[in-house]
Design a protein around this ligand. Structure first.
Ligand code: HEM
Length: 404
């Protein structure tokens, strides 16, 4: 059954209520549906499952995604997955190219927002982060700079995905918008001289994938890499606006010693990702009968892992897990491995390094020039989708001078 996000099963308040009940439960292993869906809260159990090939990615949501959205590395069954990951591995790990492109895009955004600031105009930070990460990934991975048509079609597809809340829309609703995106991608590939292809596109073409398979992998990377990082950025800004003393301390540190401030930017990023992990729920299926923590798990059982919940586990995050305190990450050793916004094991995020570098460039680039203000930051609550969406966030922009 699919429902709108304002009412019924997929509604934000229903999901919020469910997640709060998971948080409130004392047990670390919790049946969501007895015998059929088990929630793991303890990082030791989570790490065991995510590193164990008996627990596969073959969940209903994964199959839906593979059949109706894009058949790419994110949803591929093993052993095909292994080959696809190997093809893309080096292509998404070119920090120099990412730094160059992201810096160019952030410079353009700063110039645009300086004008908005002068005119006293507000900007929607959530939408702006989405637009920015899309422009960066299109150029970094594929070498595309003329992306208006693609961006428009992607927005249409995201709107359909967004409209059904945490549920997934009926395939027939999604198919026309997905086909238009794939068509635009195929057209862009066909028109682009091979010498101008970005590294991911080059790797896929050189590996001998056909046109449809390449387009599906491109769509996969756009989906996996764009909105995740954008919402993580939006949430981190929201957390900073909620804690003006942290925000000001960070900006003072950047003014005094920009290089040394990078460590603080890193802890801010990690804390933002702790409180609002874009992949707030990860699923696995037990392929055979197994046991975990004294519980019998039948074959076919779904294992639910929620970084959102584990990132608030009081045994690891103390009595104030909801507080935004970047200093939690200062010694970089999170107790018990309880920080896992990028997953764990062989299916761990392929774009981990990419995402952290991109977030660092956006946060420090904008943080050195502007302070954002919004009365809505305090009450902002998650939009529970297949990723943890951030609400629209119109902000006032206070410029901090040409260089802090
Ligand atoms: C803050 C941003 C991001 C977060 C929080 C995030 C989170 C995750 C998580 C939790 C997984 C594992 C899912 C599972 O185990 O079922 C994953 C997988 C993946 N991510 Fe990310 N991701 C982010 C950014 C990116 C970026 C920027 C890219 C591409 C450039 C990317 C590409 C992928 C791919 C391809 C996979 C599938 C890996 C595989 O199955 O081998 N992600 N991501």
């Amino acid at each position: 059954m699919n429902t709108s996000p304002s009412t019924g099963i997929g509604a934000d308040d229903t999901v919020q209520h469910l997640v709060r009940s998971w948080l409130a439960a004392d047990a670390d292993l919790l049946w969501i549906v007895p015998g059929r869906n088990l929630l793991l809260k303890h990082p030791k159990d989570i790490r065991a499952v995510l590193n164990d090939p008996r627990y596969t990615k073959e969940t209903g949501a994964n199959r839906y995604f593979r059949s109706n959205v894009a058949d790419g590395v994110l949803t591929a069954p093993s052993p095909r997955h292994h080959t696809e990951r190997r093809v893309l591995h080096a292509a998404v790990r070119d920090p120099l190219r990412l730094e160059q492109v992201a810096t160019k895009h952030i410079t353009a955004l700063i110039a645009k927002w300086q004008r908005h600031a002068m005119l006293g105009e507000r900007v929607d930070l959530t939408a702006a982060m989405s637009e920015w990460t899309f422009g960066v990934i299109a150029e970094v991975l594929f070498g595309w700079t003329e992306i208006e048509v693609l961006a428009t079609e992607m927005r249409a597809a995201m709107t359909v995905l967004d409209a059904s809340g945490v549920m997934l829309p009926p395939p027939e609703q999604l198919a026309p918008v997905r086909d238009r995106v794939l068509h635009v991608i195929a057209d862009m590939i066909a028109r682009q001289p091979p010498t101008e292809r970005g590294p991911a596109l080059r790797a896929l073409c050189e590996a001998g994938y056909g046109q449809d398979a390449v387009a599906a992998q491109v769509l996969t990377l756009l989906l996996a890499g764009h909105e995740t990082t954008a919402t993580s950025l939006a949430w981190t800004w929201i957390c900073l606006m909620r804690t003006p003393q942290v925000y000001a301390r960070w900006q003072r540190r950047m003014r005094a010693a920009p290089r040394l401030a990078r460590a603080l930017t890193g802890t801010i990023t990690r804390e933002g990702l702790r409180l609002y992990p874009a992949s707030w729920v990860i699923g696995r299926t037990a392929s055979i009968d197994t046991h975990l923590g004294g519980i019998d798990i039948p074959a076919g059982c779904t294992i639910t892992i929620s970084p959102f919940v584990t990132h608030r586990h009081p045994a690891f995050w103390g009595p104030d897990p909801e507080a935004f305190r970047p200093e939690r990450h200062e010694d970089k050793s999170v107790p018990g491995g309880a920080w896992l916004p990028f997953g764990v094991g062989p299916r761990m995020c392929l774009g981990l390094g990419y995402a952290l570098t991109e977030m660092d460039i956006a946060l420090s680039g904008l943080g050195q020039r502007f302070t954002f203000h919004s009365p809505d930051a305090e009450s902002a609550s998650p939009r529970w989708r297949f990723t943890l969406g951030a609400p629209a966030m119109p902000v006032g922009i206070e410029p901090l001078g040409a260089r802090l």
